[in-house]
Design a protein around this ligand. Structure first.
Ligand code: KG4
Ligand code: ZN
Length: 367
C-alpha cells in the first residue's frame, strides 16, 4: 500500500491502451487502463468470433480468416472505443498482437494499429500474443512476479517461469501436439464440430470417464515436458474399434480422454513447480493457467487442487479472458509502456515468435 502511494505521489498518469487481437480466428479490440500501482480496469473488450465462418471447413482457413479480420476490424475497434467512451487523443498507446499466429491476420491487426498510432500520434506496442496470455493473470488477479505459468492453447503447451515483463524462462514444453490441438483432433475424429475443445468438454459431462483406460504419456518424468500424440492415437484406435459410434460411445471417449489430459497436466505441473524451485531457488507466488484450454472446467478444478497441494495461490482468468481477446493485448501493451518500452512503426509481424528465445534456440540445435 505504501509503495502504491509513493508511486501515485510521483504523479505518474494512468495508462489507457487500445489493444488489437487478430492472430487466429477472433477479431478483438479492447480499451484497458493500468494505474502506476498496477491496478487495472477493462473499459471495453469487444470480441467477434469467426467460428461460424470456419466451421464448414472443420478448422481455421488462414486466407478466409485474414479477409474476415479486414472486414470487421474497423467496426470492432470503433465499438471498443465507443463502449469505453474515450477518444483516440486520450489513449496512451496502441497495442497490437504482432505474432505468433496466422501471418495474414497478424498483418491486418498490426497494420491497422500502426495507422492509428501514426494518425493519433501515439506510441505503438507490438505485443507477443503468448506474452499477453502470460500476463493476463496480472490484469485479472494482480499476481506478483515470479509465478509459474501453464500456457495451454491451440498451438502451444508450455510451463514457464514468469519472472518479469520480458523475462520468461521455459521450463517445459510439448514434444508433439499442443493440448488444445489434441482436443481439436479428438473432436474431429469423433465428428464433433469445430472448435473441438468446448465440444469435447460438453460431451464429457455426460460420459463415463473410467470406461477407457487411456495412456498418460510422460507421467512421473522429472522434466516438465508434455506429450499428447500417444493419447490421441489411443482414442483414435478405440473409436475405430467401436465404429459406428453411439452417442454414449462419443461421450465416454470424450470423458476418458479428458480425464487422461487432466491427470497428465496435474502431474506435469507438479514437475514444473519442482523445476521452478530448482531454477529460481524459491517457490512461485502463484500457479497461473492461461490460453484457450484454460477455459476447461475440469482442468481448472484439478489445477486449483494442485496449487493447494503446492501451497501456492491459484489464478485463473475468467474463460473469456483465457481465449483470445483484445483486453489481454491492451494489458500487455500497458505493462510494456509502463516500463518505457515501445516499438518503431516499421516493426515486422512475426508468424513465429517464441517467448523464451534461448529455449527455442536450444530446441532447434537439438533437432
Ligand atoms: O488461446 P486460444 O483461444 O487460441 C490460440 O491457440 O492461441 O486457444 C484455442 C484452443 C483450441 O484448441 C480450443 O479447442 C481450446 O483452446 N479450447 C478448449 C476449451 N475451450 C477452448 N479446450 C478444452 N476445453 C475447453 N473448454
Ligand atoms: Zn491464444
Amino acid at each position: 500500500m505504501a509503495a502504491r502511494k509513493a508511486l501515485e505521489d510521483q504523479g505518474l498518469p494512468d495508462l489507457m491502451v487500445l489493444g488489437i487481437e487478430t492472430t487466429c480466428d477472433e477479431t478483438s479490440a479492447a480499451v484497458v487502463t493500468r494505474s502506476p500501482s498496477g491496478a487495472s480496469d477493462i473499459r471495453s473488450n469487444v470480441i467477434r468470433s469467426q467460428v461460424e465462418i470456419h466451421s464448414p471447413y472443420g478448422g481455421v482457413v488462414p486466407e478466409i480468416a485474414a479477409r474476415a479480420h479486414v472486414e470487421v476490424l474497423d467496426h470492432v475497434i470503433a465499438e471498443a472505443m465507443r463502449q469505453a467512451n474515450v477518444d483516440y487523443s486520450e489513449l496512451s498507446g496502441i497495442a497490437a498482437a504482432a505474432g505468433p499466429g496466422l501471418i495474414g491476420g497478424v498483418i491486418v491487426g498490426l497494420t491497422t494499429a500502426k495507422a492509428i498510432a501514426l494518425a493519433a500520434k501515439k506510441p505503438l506496442v507490438a505485443v507477443n500474443h503468448l506474452e499477453a496470455h502470460a500476463l493476463t493473470a496480472r490484469l485479472t488477479d494482480g499476481v506478483a512476479f515470479p509465478y509459474l505459468l501453464l500456457l495451454v492453447s491451440g498451438g502451444h503447451t508450455q510451463l514457464l517461469a514468469i519472472e518479469d515483463v520480458g523475462k520468461y524462462t521455459r521450463l517445459g514444453t510439448t514434444l508433439d501436439d499442443a493440448v488444445g490441438e489434441a482436443f481439436d483432433k479428438v473432436a474431429k475424429m469423433l465428428s464433433l464440430p469445430y472448435p473441438g475443445g468446448p465440444q469435447v468438454e460438453e460431451q464429457a459431462k455426460h460420459g463415463y470417464s473410467a470406461r477407457f483406460a487411456f495412456p498418460r504419456p510422460l507421467m512421473g518424468r522429472r522434466e516438465p515436458d508434455f506429450s499428447l500424440s500417444g493419447l490421441k492415437t489411443a482414442v483414435r484406435l478405440e473409436a475405430d474399434r467401436l465404429a459406428p459410434l453411439s452417442d454414449e460411445d462419443v461421450a465416454d471417449l470424450c470423458a476418458s480422454f479428458q480425464a487422461a489430459v487432466v491427470d497428465l497436466i496435474a502431474d506435469r505441473v507438479r514437475a514444473g513447480a519442482r523445476a521452478f524451485r530448482d531454477r529460481l531457488g524459491r517457490g512461485p507466488t502463484a500457479l497461473v493457467v492461461a490460453g484457450g484450454v484454460a477455459a476447461n472446467g475440469m482442468i481448472r478444478e484439478s489445477l486449483a487442487k494442485v496449487a493447494a497441494e503446492l501451497n501456492t495461490r491459484f489464478a485463473m482468468p475468467a474463460p473469456v479472458l483465457c481465449t483470445d481477446n483484445g483486453a489481454m493485448i491492451a494489458w500487455a501493451g500497458a505493462e510494456r509502456l509502463a516500463r518505457g518500452i515501445r516499438d518503431r512503426l516499421d516493426v515486422s509481424p512475426r508468424a513465429r515468435w517464441p517467448l523464451d528465445p534461448a529455449a527455442a534456440a536450444s530446441a532447434t540445435a537439438r533437432a
